[in-house]
Design a protein around this ligand. Structure first.
Ligand SMILES: Nc1ncnc2c1ncn2[C@@H]1O[C@H](COP(=O)(O)OP(=O)(O)OP(=O)(O)O)[C@@H](O)[C@H]1O
Length: 346
């Protein structure tokens, strides 16, 4: 459980120290008070990245040389110093040289408004989500994915210089290697999305009378993938790239048996929240470690009765840190109020 979050020169916060004494924490405050920044900082410690910018210096308070995030859990003390020269993470006051050694040490699942893109956005958004979550729990998947991407790069580079009448030996060798590792990715994705489907449906039915399904849509099945690699080389040569394979996989979210992408904002939000809670269940069942749930602006656009149901049915086996501009009253939730430009709290 996170006990303390301290920020120095992070976004609008010059100096902010928050103490959490509850499993359910609700950060409340007007727009621009820096609620999202608090969750962003926790996410940063977990992934070494912001969820809303790829440019690290964006998180440093204007005109300041560096930002500092400190997070104390019951077991460990994490810190991260971010400057225009890079970032330095530490765990228990020991500097960690490789960023990859910090990623996932503090495990979080985050819902952010940007995640509505999971339903409305392109396949690469959904593929990215599944790959990221599988990487967190399965190191073999992480290494297979990196091998796959490497071979794909080599095969595509080779295709750039290949004519229709050229010798195909190298292309076929790379194709077979791509197939061998590609089917491992597909099998893992299939298994993972099936589990995610079960958990997401379970969560969703607590909030809605409608039905949701999460369905894996591989670009090709194993047999078709092999056929493509062994017999459709001409197509790839003409397009100068590997047209088909798991790098084009997708999964869809179905709302009452129809693709959910035309659903309303409120419906979409509830589906993505259910998907993230489903994800939390799957990840928790796979790792033997505490997972923290971050919910950024989760209550907006949900009906009043769904908001109440949601707050009453928060998962009680994880710490949940939420924020919203909506005022709530609850005995079981620690409510922290940030004031407008509340950046100098003692
Ligand atoms: N690098 C920075 N330096 C100073 N201020 C910043 C920086 N980056 C963002 N801000 C400001 O910080 C404020 C806090 O933004 P944040 O998104 O965390 O607030 P919020 O309370 O979640 O708001 P909302 O409810 O509108 O989402 C905004 O007013 C933003 O303009």
């Amino acid at each position: 459980m996170i006990k303390k979050v301290s920020l120095r020169s992070f976004r609008n916060h010059s100096k902010l120290d928050l103490e959490f004494d509850n499993k359910f924490v609700y950060i409340n405050g007007p727009n621009g008070s820096g609620k999202t920044s608090v969750l962003e900082a926790i996410h940063y410690i977990s992934t070494t990245k912001s969820h809303r910018t790829n440019n690290d210096v964006d998180v440093i308070k204007n005109e300041q040389p560096f930002a500092v995030i400190k997070i104390d859990t019951e077991k460990k003390k994490y810190s991260m110093v971010i400057s225009d020269k890079g970032k330095i993470p530490s765990i228990n006051s020991k500097e960690i040289r490789k960023l990859s050694d910090v990623i996932g040490d503090l495990k979080v699942i985050m819902f952010a408004p940007e995640d509505l893109n999971i339903i409305k956005g392109s396949p690469s958004v959904r593929r990215g989500l599944i790959d990221l979550e599988l990487m967190k729990i399965d190191k073999e998947y992480l290494s297979n994915l990196s091998v796959y991407k490497n071979i794909l790069k080599q095969r595509n580079a080779h295709l750039k210089n290949l004519g229709l009448n050229d010798d195909l030996t190298i292309l076929n060798i790379l194709g077979k290697q791509l197939y061998d590792v590609g089917i491992k990715l597909m099998s893992k994705r299939n298994e993972f999305i099936n589990k995610l489907n079960i958990e997401t449906k379970n969560v969703y039915q607590r909030f809605s009378e409608y039905k949701i399904d999460v369905v894996y849509e591989p670009n090709l099945n194993n047999e078709m993938f092999l056929n493509h690699i062994e017999n459709n080389q001409k197509q790839d040569i003409l397009y100068k790239t590997t047209v088909n394979g798991p790098h084009r996989d997708d999964f869809v979210i179905m709302f009452n048996d129809k693709n959910a992408k035309n659903s309303s904002q409120g419906e979409t939000r509830l589906m993505v929240v259910a998907l993230k809670l489903g994800l939390l269940k799957v990840i928790k069942s796979e790792v033997n470690d505490e997972v923290i749930l971050l919910l950024d602006d989760v209550l907006s656009e949900l009906d009043n009765n769904v908001q109440n149901k949601f707050l009453n049915e928060l998962p009680d086996d994880v710490q949940v840190i939420m924020n919203s501009a909506i005022k709530i009253k609850s005995d079981k939730i620690q409510i922290i109020n940030l004031k407008e430009n509340d950046n100098e709290r003692p």
